[in-house]
Ligand binder design. Sequence first.
Ligand SMILES: *Cc1c(COP(=O)(O)O)cnc(C)c1O
Length: 225
Amino acid sequence: MGVKENIEKVKLNLINAAKKSGREPSEINIIAVTKYVDIELIKLVNECGIGSFGESKVQDFCKKYEQLGKGYNWHFIGRLQKNKVKYIIDKVDLIHSVDTIELLEELEKRATLLGKNVNVLIQVNISGEDTKQGLEENMLEEFLKEVALFNRIRVLGLMTIAPFVENPEHIRSIFRELKNTFEQIKKLNLKNVDMKYLSMGMSNDYEIAIEEGANLIRVGRILFK
Ligand SMILES: *Cc1c(COP(=O)(O)O)cnc(C)c1O
């Protein structure tokens, strides 16, 4: 496994995909999804110049966090149960997977106890697959208007997980649709909502996601193969 080489390759592909669509490569950030690996590899990735890490299971994340200490930038990207919020809220920089008001209420409650704000992305289910989590796109605007009622929640953008499809052009249309929605919401200037991050693209499809406007990509397998 050549983690270093894999990272270099992803960076190169990122630059090419950005240029292809007339974007500045430096505005796109790589999140290394480390759910498959232990802390030795996380340290190695960090030494290769990637400082942001994504984990999707609360228990695994907390264990790694404890072992690594501070100084890493953590993104929580998996399904988050309300009763687990308290374990991660003071450890993560951004939670990508918020899709219910109940979860926002719990985040608000815990953030208030800590006296700090919590940064989140809203996960959107573009493909309409009912196995996937995420808010239906047509519910998004109404949902985001409710965010104004909270004091400690800061919505910093949107996230989606594309389905696995044979034809990558289908994925492209999903990414394009979310980017359009992202831009439309930006114009609404909603309270507590700042459309800064568009989190889309994984090992299979990050180049297409970048071409369509992603500025946070979440790649795992491709780094550790
Ligand atoms: C695992 C995971 C990823 C990374 O997927 P790869 O195919 O390994 O790149 C990205 N996002 C989420 C939400 C994940 O759970």
